[in-house]
Design a protein around this ligand. Structure first.
Ligand SMILES: C[S@@+](CC[C@H](N)C(=O)[O-])C[C@H]1O[C@@H](n2cnc3c(N)ncnc32)[C@H](O)[C@@H]1O
Length: 451
């Protein structure tokens, strides 16, 4: 039985469908086989998939609306089911899938809570994004459904409007960010009557909606309470729709103007049940997944790092709670990230890890700056999972940390030294040098744990 509030929301969503098919130019989308949307979601999920690929991955997309993002993942090669409570949205999505010739995308009309029983199976990836949580009165059943829908070791992504952005007044023309709505979760919904849908200026007969605020603690709490573990959390400065009046369009999405103080507009959480293992995770070991798995494990293993006390940095920890993580752990994770082939092919990601005046002394003695190294890594053809050991950390000054470690493979054994600048968050690598070691040296270290 749907509550009166949800019934009203469904009348609203059913009515929006015809208008959204036009506003999103759905006909052009189905006609163009290379049209793929949900790029941010794909980028956030890719590091958790074998070789970052969606081909053959079993996915479910909750609150899929008319299914254009769902179809985008079908075009990336996933087998995907979209679910939504709106009958009209699902009717439109089924029609679009047929017209696009994508039998690997199917759609089921249902509430999130009913999806596990109705679908009757589990998935490698569960995701939901862009304007979803505010329609749910209670996140606990939502999170429990996600846990049930996830195959052991599967990955969940939510990418949605940030609760901080949601509290800002919309009806302003002075460009100011003013808090006008409650931040904290409430079981009583807020009534809205905008008269139009966000995608166009069409007047609506069923214009009243009810939406629920959910603060970050409630969002994290629901996922943790359902037995999920947080693997990644981020806050984004660009968003895919114009949710505040003074946002400006950029290639990355809508952003606050340069003159405005910045607040997070979107957030993303990747979660999973890491206590269970499944095939899709096991094959991660030769891709960027290794770095992620190492990162995750490292959060609980700082005691294995030989170091002087270096202080700590505020981060979401292994249990998904905000806490302080030692610089050893943060730097070690960043070093491992830099060894992942997926990261090395992502020039922007590499740049965020390197100081703008970064210098590397290569094996040949050549000096590399940041731009040269980024260009070289993109062209590199290495897809190895290195074994890394003998980590040591020394604080050279308040802001600089010397890190040394031994790498086996990748492609040859080598001993490395980096200097990290910890005056910025996250820290950046200022200097790096790797020196080949002889087999004799490596063998003395064999028997060490593989990470
Ligand atoms: C903003 S749309 C999601 C848009 C989608 N991400 C896209 O880009 O097309 C929100 C969707 O949530 C669905 N919805 C609202 N309340 C729901 C509920 N209680 N259970 C399931 N779906 C719901 C609506 O029908 C609507 O299609």
């Amino acid at each position: 039985m749907l509550s009166d509030h949800v019934e009203a929301n469904m009348r609203n969503w059913d009515e929006r469908v015809e208008d959204h098919l036009v506003a999103y130019n759905a006909s052009a989308f189905v006609r163009n086989p290379s049209a793929v949307w949900a790029g941010v979601e794909a980028k956030l999920l890719a590091p958790f998939l074998p070789n970052g690929s969606f081909v053959g991955v079993d996915m479910v997309h909750l609150q899929c609306h008319i299914g254009l993002d769902t179809l985008s993942f079908a075009r990336r090669g996933a087998n995907i089911v979209g679910t939504d409570l709106s009958r009209e949205a699902i009717r439109a999505a089924v029609d679009l899938a047929e017209r696009a010739g994508l039998p690997n995308a199917t759609f089921v009309q249902c509430a999130n809570e009913d999806a596990p029983d109705l679908l009757g199976r589990s998935f490698d990836v569960v995701f939901t994004s862009v304007g979803v949580l505010t329609w749910l009165s209670d996140l606990d059943p939502w999170a429990q459904s996600i846990h049930r829908l996830l195959r052991p070791g599967g990955v969940f992504l939510v990418y949605d409007g940030h609760p901080m952005m949601n509290v800002m007044e919309y009806e302003r023309d002075d460009g100011k960010l003013v808090v006008g709505e409650p931040y904290f979760h409430s079981t009583s919904p807020i009534r809205f009557d905008d008269g139009v849908t966000y995608a166009s200026d069409t007047r609506m007969a069923n214009s009243v909606t009810y939406q629920w605020p959910h603060d970050l603690a409630v969002i994290f709490g629901s996922l943790l309470g359902a037995g999920l573990e947080i693997e990644a959390f981020d806050e984004h400065q660009a968003m895919p729709w114009k949710a505040l009046p003074n946002l400006e369009p950029t290639d990355a999405g809508w952003v606050l103007p340069g003159t405005s103080p910045k607040i997070p507009l979107m957030f993303s959480i990747v979660a999973g049940d890491l206590t269970r293992s499944c095939p899709v995770r096991r094959v991660l070991s030769r891709s960027v997944g290794l770095a992620n798995i190492q990162k995750r494990r490292l959060l609980g293993r700082a005691d294995q790092v030989k170091s002087e006390r270096l202080g700590s940095i505020a981060m979401i920890n292994q249990r998904g709670r905000l806490g302080r993580v030692g610089y050893e752990t943060v730097i070690k994770a960043a070093e491992l990230d830099l060894m992942s082939s997926v990261t090395r092919r992502d020039g922007l990601r590499v740049k965020t890890l390197l100081h703008q005046d970064f210098v590397e002394i290569g094996r040949s003695g050549r000096l590399w700056d940041r731009e040269e190294l980024v260009r070289a890594l993109i062209q590199e053809d290495i897809d190895e999972s290195p074994v890394v050991d003998e980590w040591a950390f020394v604080a050279l000054s308040r802001n600089l940390v010397l890190v040394t470690y031994l790498v086996c493979g990748f492609p040859n054994d080598s001993r490395h030294a980096s200097i990290w600048d910890i005056s910025v968050e996250p820290p950046v690598m200022r200097f790096h040098q790797g020196t080949p070691v002889t087999q004799a040296v490596v063998e003395r270290s064999v028997g060490r744990r593989r990470m």
